[in-house]
Design a protein around this ligand. Structure first.
Ligand code: ZN
Length: 193
């Protein structure tokens, strides 16, 4: 068991687009195992390869509850093949210790990836469940995109980062998501009625 060092926000490597895995080699398998151990050691629900300094398209997720058996899932060369709906998500990230920000996500997604044996699988996550949000969050890491880029309120994000002594938001990276925001606002006004 090896606990890897997690890069913190501000490290250039978190902003790089990752490369496809050409072969699920022994080295990839060992890295995946170490990433799973590192995720558990830090009480995370997901961890992407660039967060441990590896520029490859792989992430691990475990959304099992505390009273459930562990259920780590490894995603290699993932592709999000369907996405729909919108939801607000209060997220954190192991590269942003203690910082939680409200972001926008799709409510339903379908992802295709390879497992540790190099076999393709398809996974669907619906209704804004934790798995749906986690897959989008980790997938973004492979594109050099960070959760704060999806912030609903930039001023709030700036303040949260400041309070946690993290570098400030990169304004040019903020993603404009008017359709998602519109849908979330609609849900919020309906829930108030
Ligand atoms: Zn993250």
């Amino acid at each position: 068991m090896t606990i890897l060092k997690i890069l913190k926000y501000g490290d250039e490597k978190l902003r790089q687009k990752c490369k496809e895995v050409s072969k699920v080699s022994k080295k990839i398998k060992i890295l995946a195992e170490n990433m799973i151990d590192t995720m558990y050691a830090n009480n995370g629900v997901g961890l992407a390869a660039p967060q441990v300094g590896e520029n490859i398209r792989m992430f691990v997720i475990d959304v099992s509850a505390e009273d459930e058996p562990l259920n780590p899932i490894v995603f290699i060369n993932p592709k999000i093949i369907k996405k729909s709906g919108a939801i607000k998500s209060n997220e954190g990230c192991l590269s942003f210790p203690k910082a939680y920000v409200d972001v926008r996500r799709y409510k339903n997604i379908m992802v295709k990836a390879l497992d540790l044996k190099g076999r393709p699988f398809v996974l669907e996550a619906k209704d804004g469940e934790l798995l749906a949000k986690a897959i989008q969050h980790e997938y973004d890491h492979l594109e050099g995109i960070l959760f704060i880029d999806h912030s609903r309120n930039i001023f709030e994000a700036i303040e949260v980062l400041r309070q946690n002594n993290l570098p400030s938001i990169e304004q040019d990276k903020i993603i404009d998501e008017p359709e998602l925001e519109e849908e979330i606002l609609k849900q919020e006004s309906e829930s108030k009625e």
